[in-house]
Design a protein around this ligand. Structure first.
Ligand code: AMP
Length: 391
């Protein structure tokens, strides 16, 4: 039933199931519907961001066999927009409908120990790490890796959740207890010069394309601002692209994969993590690239020819987190007056600190100009949220 061959193509009109209804699912659904595909989103939240733009929302979890049955009966193929999914359920689903990217890359990417071990086995450089499953392992990690370090929960960590920095050996046990998990990774702290990411797309017939590297800045472990072109030394870019492509090849990936990197002061390119899906650092491709990451994901999973990844112009992206809504929602109309600035809001109900509510993209004639524009635009929003004078 699921057998798909290099020449299988899902033409517009096909129905795609999307596991997860967050902002990535929403922007993917927008790209897919523009091209005539039908979208069914699966999410247990009664009002996920993607539901508003999907053809149908199956309210429930993919772990529920009844939800899976309904999905199988109504879609041609399945993709997902986040990796924290029940692996066995996705595996079972893949016996009835093609699931792209496949369950194997999902299994690795959703578990930080497996992910780091996979990278190490493939000879891909990462921060030094030690798997933690017991307090004994902590002692071994202290002697093998030491501090400063970051302790990361093996599963369900994202946007800084499930991560604790450990500066002193005597904080180690408490840090592990604080994570409330049975499995974690002890990672050497990397004093990086730059963080950046590379997105690769690959389709069923093996065609592969690579987006230009994007430079990223995080705040409290959450992506804050991105810019492209990244302005990295050519050799670092070449290495990163080769690594990302080799990972895509290894898994015979169908879809997108984003690889996040640290670039260190001594010119090493280290992989931080991999995500087999569209990525926050790729949002600027909507305005700046000939083909957006969301359309590229669609092309890859449907086995269409892949689009050009070239940038039309430099661009920068700034995330809009929930704190921007405190004490009141910003006046979004303010940014609409700035040339080259684009507003994206995800339609989420309830802004909380650290929650990704939307983003701004600015295009410019140089990366520096795009960065200045996007930061200025976000600053205007921040000021307006604190200005309680009526208008
Ligand atoms: P992650 O969830 O692993 O992508 O981590 C989120 C962010 O935390 C990264 O993008 C870095 O800014 C920071 N971070 C994670 N691991 C390390 C590390 N080993 N050394 C320094 N910073 C890190």
């Amino acid at each position: 039933m699921t057998a798909a061959y290099p020449y299988t193509i899902w033409e517009p009109g096909a129905t795609i199931g999307v596991l997860g209804g967050g902002q990535l699912g929403r922007m993917f659904a927008m790209a897919a519907r523009r091209m005539g595909y039908r979208i069914r989103v699966v999410d247990p939240d009664p009002h996920p961001p993607a539901a508003a733009v999907a053809d149908e929302h199956l309210c429930g979890s993919v772990a529920d066999p009844d939800v899976r049955r309904r999905l199988i009966a109504s879609v041609d193929l399945v993709t997902y927009e986040f990796e924290h999914l029940p692996t066995e359920a996705v595996q079972e689903l893949s016996q009835h409908r093609p699931v792209y990217p496949g369950p194997e890359v999902l299994r690795i990417a959703q578990h930080r120990i497996l992910e780091k071990q996979f990278l190490a086995a493939a000879g891909i450089p990462t921060a030094r790490f030690w798997p933690i499953r017991s307090e004994q392992d902590i002692q071994a990690a202290l002697s093998q890796i030491g501090t400063p370090a970051v302790l990361k929960a093996a599963r369900h960590g994202y946007d800084g959740k499930g991560q604790v920095r450990v500066d002193q050996p005597d904080q180690a046990v408490e840090a592990f207890q604080q994570l409330r998990t049975s499995e974690a990774v002890w990672e050497a702290w990397v004093d990086f010069h730059t963080e950046f990411s590379v997105i690769v797309a690959r389709n069923l017939r093996g065609q592969m394309v690579t987006f230009p590297a994007v430079r990223n800045w995080h705040r409290r472990h959450i992506l804050d601002v991105s810019v492209a072109p990244a302005g990295l030394p050519e050799e670092a870019t070449r290495q990163a692209e080769a690594i990302a492509q080799s990972i895509a090849q290894h898994f015979r990936l169908v879809g997108l994969i984003c690889v996040e990197y640290f670039y260190t002061e001594d010119h090493q390119v280290l992989v931080n993590e991999i995500a087999p899906r569209p990525h926050n650092s790729g949002h600027l491709t909507i305005e700046a690239a000939v083909t957006s990451q969301f359309e590229q994901h669609l092309r890859a999973i449907c086995n269409l020819p892949l689009g050009t990844t070239q940038l039309r112009c430099p661009a920068a992206m700034a995330n809009l987190l929930g704190e921007l809504w405190i004490p009141q929602a910003p006046r979004f109309s303010l940014v609409c007056g700035i040339p080259g600035v684009y507003l994206h809001l995800y339609g989420k109900r309830g802004a909380t600190v650290g929650r990704k509510m939307g983003h701004l993209t600015a295009i410019g004639t140089s990366p520096a100009q795009a960065l200045r524009r996007v930061r200025r635009a976000r600053h205007l929003l921040q000021k307006s949220a604190c200005d309680t004078t009526p208008y």
